[in-house]
Write a protein that binds this ligand. Structure first.
Ligand code: 6PG
Length: 470
């Protein structure tokens, strides 16, 4: 029978096939396409228990079986997205919808949308978070593009997304590349929080000399109530996992070199362009980069010495302060990400609703956390909230815990432990609350060496001083 499948998925890797099975679980007929016959066969084997699915490696068969206007979702590796779009658009018709559900750069999404528009094909950039497990059981979904085309897939996305208190973790976010932009910032926050957790581990391991079991216990204790988050939950579990080869804890056998696919770096690049400070996320990307200099670090350690580590404080008290410092710095990281979204919404005309973004991040995605309830409420109370740190509840959470960040940063400095994400979070907080910053000196220097002029506090206009003549 022709035209019988509601939606098609291109790319039947782990993410694609999990997404396809999730869609079929909700009663939708879904067809998958992959050039790799083995992936097609793997899905075909599941047809007896999943009569809603079909898989093929034949493009013509794939397209012929889709209900019109067609909805096709791409879950393919970034380097082949353009080639697949060209292939798909050659067999699609005006009014059809093509969705890129990978982590594509938002500027590419804009270009792709523009070129497909010329053919009358709608294009969506859609962020999907939650990894393999999320794709199968309910991800957080961040779609952006033509609002009219969204109606074609809205029921499916609402059915398959994660749910929190019965609310779907998907919302139409805005035109053009809004969906991919929001997913990119999600990843930046993900990098920031991961770095903060890694820094707490560094202190626990090298200053407090905690064992893996003790680290597990600390993260387990932190991961309660308002501190609860997916990233703390997996961290807690990681410390118990054994290595198959040695039967010791796997964490101790993993090379300390952190890779990245680039989304974190894209956030920093764009934040620099939009002139929005996101120092915690910048620090997270820099530390992943520094981790790559493994050999050089090893050699430098022979020449560059630091202080002796001899912690004499109360470990229990310090761990409590560390937990508070982590929580407050997480709020500061979200504040930076949300401030970037707010500026991007204005500059790129996305008309983002930050409350909806917080709402759909509460479930399914990597940065899901109890804290997002308070973040959602903050934007619900004040839609035009300039910065999360100004929210009446969150600002108290941070101000009350700021002393703990200071204690932790002080200990790190004293013992020579790198803690850039905590330091950047604290400096962001201190900088943001300072009416006066020493930028007047920078202006004087700029004017001194380059006649760049400066503004005065007592008079409007721009001024120049012939500094060297004094
Ligand atoms: C998600 C993740 C995911 C991302 C990985 C790896 O939301 O499910 O953000 O999209 O690809 O976390 O990212 P890096 O390789 O850049 O660390």
């Amino acid at each position: 029978m022709n035209n019988e499948y509601e939606i098609g998925i291109v790319g039947l890797g782990t993410m694609g096939s999990n997404f396809l099975l999730n869609i079929s679980d909700h009663g939708y007929r879904v067809i998958g396409l992959d050039k790799d016959q083995l992936k097609v066969e793997a899905l075909q084997k599941l047809i007896p228990e999943n009569p809603n699915i079909k898989a093929t490696s034949n493009l013509e068969e794939f397209v012929r079986n889709l209900r019109q206007p067609r909805a096709i979702l791409l879950l393919v590796p970034s380097p082949v997205v353009d080639a697949v779009i060209i292939e798909m658009s050659s067999v699609m018709s005006p009014g059809d919808l093509l969705i890129d559900a990978g982590n594509s750069h938002f500027k590419k999404t804009n270009q792709r949308e523009k070129s497909l528009k010329e053919k009358g094909i709608h294009f969506f950039g859609m962020g999907v978070s939650g990894g393999e497990e999320g794709a199968r059981n309910g991800p957080s979904i961040m779609p952006g593009g033509d609002p009219k085309a969204y109606e074609r897939i809205r029921p499916i996305l609402e059915a398959i997304s994660a749910k929190v208190n019965g609310e779907e973790c998907v919302s139409y976010l805005g035109p053009g590349s809004a969906g991919h932009y929001v997913k990119m910032v999600h990843n930046g926050i993900e990098y920031g929080i991961m770095q903060l957790i890694a820094e707490t581990y560094h202190l626990m391991k090298n200053v407090l000399k905690l064992s893996n079991d003790e680290c597990h216990e600390v993260y387990k204790n932190w991961n309660k109530g308002e501190f609860n988050s997916y990233l703390l939950e997996i961290t807690e579990k990681i410390f118990l996992v054994k290595d198959d080869k040695t039967n010791n804890r796997l964490i101790d056998f993993i090379l300390d070199v952190a890779k990245q696919k680039g989304t974190g770096m894209w956030v920093c690049q764009d934040a620099m362009e939009l002139q929005v400070p996101i120092p915690t996320i910048d620090a997270a990307v820099s530390m992943r980069d520094l981790s790559h200099y493994k050999e050089e670090r090893k050699m430098a350690g022979l020449y560059l010495n630091g202080p002796v580590v001899n912690f004499k404080g109360d470990r229990k008290v310090f761990l409590q302060q560390l937990g508070n410092a982590y929580y407050a710095s997480t709020i500061i990281t979200f504040a930076q990400g949300m401030a970037l979204l707010s500026k991007a919404s204005f500059v790129y005309d996305y008309d983002l609703k930050l409350k909806d973004i917080a709402r759909i991040w509460r479930g399914g995605c990597i940065i899901r956390a109890a804290l997002l309830e308070s973040i959602m409420s903050a934007f619900q109370h004040t839609t035009q909230l300039t910065n999360l740190l100004l929210d009446s509840y969150l600002h108290l959470e941070v101000t009350n815990k700021q002393t703990d960040i200071r204690v932790v940063v002080e200990a790190a400095c004293k013992f020579g432990i790198p803690l850039p994400a905590f330091m950047a979070s604290l400096s962001y907080y201190d900088g943001y609350r300072s009416e006066w910053l020493p930028a007047n000196l920078i202006e004087a220097q700029r004017d001194y060496f380059g006649a760049h002029t400066f503004e005065r506090i007592d008079k409007a206009g721009v001024f120049h001083k012939n500094w060297s003549q004094e």
